[in-house]
Design a binder for this molecule. Structure first.
Ligand code: MG
Ligand code: ZN
Length: 219
C-alpha cells in the first residue's frame, strides 16, 4: 500500500502568503506604511511604541494592531495615546498569521491613516516565518537578552529591516557586548540597520522616528 504524505506546513504557509498579499495590497491602496514589530517578551516593543507614537502621530496618523496570546495589557497602555487600537488575542498561537491581521484590518477605518504598527506576539521564532503583508520588519532586541541572540535566532535578524537595540541604559550593569551583537547580526544580514536606544530615557528615539519617517515618505 502506498503511503500518502500530506505536507500540512507547506499548504498552510502558501495559504498564509496569499492572504498576506491581499493585506499588502489593501495597505498600499490606502497609502499606509506598515511596520511589524517583533521581539522576545519583555524586549520593550510596547515601550518603544509608547515613545515613538506621540512624535509620529502629529504628522502621520498612527494606529496599532496588538497581538497577544491573551489579555489587553499592551492595548490598555497604548490607549492613553488616543489612537485607534485593535487587540488580537491568538488563543494560544505564539505568532500572528496573515488571516489574523486581515481580521484586525477590518476593524480599523483605513482612510486617513498613515502608519500602522503591528505588535506581534513576543517570540523570536515563528513570527519570522509567517509573512503578514507588512512593509517593514522591526526586531526589538534588548541588552538584557544577551548579545548572542542574532546567532541563535538567525531568521528573525535575516528578515528584519531595522534592529532596535533597547535598554542601553542597562549596558553598564551587564556583560552585553554591542560589538559582538553587531557582528553576529551583520554576519546574518549585512543590510540590517542597528540603532541602540533606551525607550526608558529616550536616548536615540529621534533616530527611530527619522528611520520610520523616511520609510513613510516612500509609500
Ligand atoms: Mg508588548
Ligand atoms: Zn508561533
Amino acid at each position: 500500500m502506498n503511503v500518502k504524505v500530506i505536507k500540512i506546513g507547506e499548504n498552510l504557509l502558501a495559504e498564509n502568503d496569499k492572504i498576506a498579499g491581499a493585506n499588502a495590497e489593501l495597505l498600499r491602496h490606502n497609502g499606509i506604511a506598515s511596520f511589524n514589530v517583533m521581539g522576545t517578551p519583555g524586549a520593550g516593543k510596547t515601550a518603544l511604541l509608547e515613545s515613538l507614537i506621540p512624535e509620529l502621530n502629529r504628522k502621520f496618523p498612527c494606529a496599532v494592531i496588538e497581538g497577544d496570546i491573551a489579555g489587553t495589557f499592551d492595548s490598555e497602555r497604548l490607549k492613553k495615546l488616543g489612537i485607534p487600537i485593535v487587540q488580537i488575542n491568538t488563543a494560544g498561537a505564539c505568532h500572528l498569521e496573515a488571516f489574523m491581521l486581515q481580521k484586525g484590518l477590518e476593524h480599523l477605518s483605513l482612510g486617513g491613516l498613515k502608519i500602522l504598527f503591528v505588535e506581534n506576539v513576543g517570540n523570536l521564532v515563528c513570527p519570522a516565518e509567517f509573512t503578514l503583508g507588512i512593509m517593514k520588519n522591526i526586531i526589538v532586541s534588548s541588552v538584557t537578552e544577551g548579545d548572542d541572540k542574532p546567532a541563535k535566532y538567525p531568521l528573525m535578524y535575516k528578515i528584519s529591516h531595522l534592529c532596535v537595540l533597547n535598554k542601553t541604559d542597562l549596558l553598564d550593569l551587564s556583560t552585553f557586548s554591542p560589538e559582538k551583537f553587531n557582528a553576529y547580526a551583520k554576519e546574518i544580514n549585512p543590510a540590517l540597520e542597528i540603532i541602540p536606544v533606551s525607550a526608558k530615557t529616550g536616548e536615540n528615539i529621534d533616530k527611530i522616528v527619522t528611520w520610520i519617517t523616511n520609510a513613510v515618505r516612500v509609500v
